[in-house]
Write a protein that binds this ligand. Structure first.
Ligand code: NDP
Length: 250
């Protein structure tokens, strides 16, 4: 039987790239999607150079046509879709009193609306294939509440309700739906937040290590491993769950 096909959004760098590599290492053919083709192509090339099978496709999850196109391109290339990882996400941080409508809309549209639309498009193929499927959302422990991030926290908390409801609707097709909830992971996103706050990232890093139970900050590979587990046959009875990968209890 041909190996399973996984579509990962935001696969050009950070967590998405690590998730794409981890899925390739666990025998998935991978579609690496991002807004910028260069980054997505870089991830796909790394997979191919390691002996795997991957292609890169441009996808802006805020654009409905782009969502349809990435799913169609996946089916055209590989003839099936088994795993969707909704990883694309952004921050637009500001205190609530200064947060603009655009800050709010952009974050909600990217994370929550984009995740819903892409999942809706993907599950149609998973259902018609009749062999089950896996849908994984990348949430955040910020969904518990995060100062200066009302938009981001609301979008990530919304994903949990979305995933649990989808799990109830799709379980009879053997499609599982779960959320990975990372804590602080060292990526361009977290370094960018430090830059915007005008603080030294090393200070943030030190503070995170002090407040974590496991005495280090997280790596993108920690999240890649969690995604590979949830995508695996071993996780077939895990659905509607939130897997916290944060180096501490939340
Ligand atoms: P990065 O900023 O490093 O990467 C974000 C990725 O999302 C890029 O590949 C970017 O690619 C893509 N992206 C952004 N907007 C869109 C869009 N509209 N359509 C398609 N792709 C898009 O972030 P991280 O790797 O740190 O974060 C990845 C996910 O993990 C996010 O959902 C984030 O919220 C979540 N997360 C991260 C944590 C951390 O500590 N780093 C903690 C908890 C959750 P391009 O620019 O090419 O489109």
């Amino acid at each position: 039987m041909d190996s399973k096909v996984a579509l990962v959004t935001g696969a050009s760098r950070g967590l998405g790239r690590a998730i794409a590599l981890a899925l390739a290492n666990t025998d998935h053919r991978v579609v690496a999607a991002a807004r910028t083709i260069e980054g997505a192509e870089d991830t796909a090339r790394s997979i191919r150079e390691a002996g795997g099978d991957a292609i890169a496709i441009v996808c802006d999850v805020r654009d409905g046509e782009s969502i349809t196109a990435v799913v169609d391109a996946t089916i055209a290339q590989y003839g099936r879709l088994d795993v969707l990882v909704n990883n694309a996400g952004i921050t637009r941080d500001a205190g609530m009193h200064r947060m603009t409508d655009d800050d709010w809309d952009t974050v909600i549209e990217t994370t929550l609306t984009g995740g819903f639309r892409l999942s809706r498009a993907a599950q149609r193929h998973m259902v018609s294939q009749g062999e089950g499927g896996r849908i994984i959302f990348i949430g955040s422990i910020a969904s518990e509440g995060s100062r200066g991030q009302v938009n981001y926290a609301a979008a990530k908390a919304g994903l949990i309700g979305l995933a649990k409801s989808m799990a109830l609707e799709l379980g009879r097709y053997d499609i599982t739906v779960n959320v990975i909830s990372p804590g602080h992971i060292e990526t361009e996103m977290t370094r960018g937040v430090a830059d915007r706050l005008g603080v030294d990232y090393e200070d943030i890093r030190k503070k995170r290590i002090e407040t974590n139970a496991v005495t280090r900050v997280g790596t993108p590979e920690d999240i890649g491993a969690a995604a590979a587990y949830l995508a695996s046959d071993a996780a077939g009875y895990v659905t509607g769950s939130v897997l916290v990968v944060a180096g501490k209890p939340v």
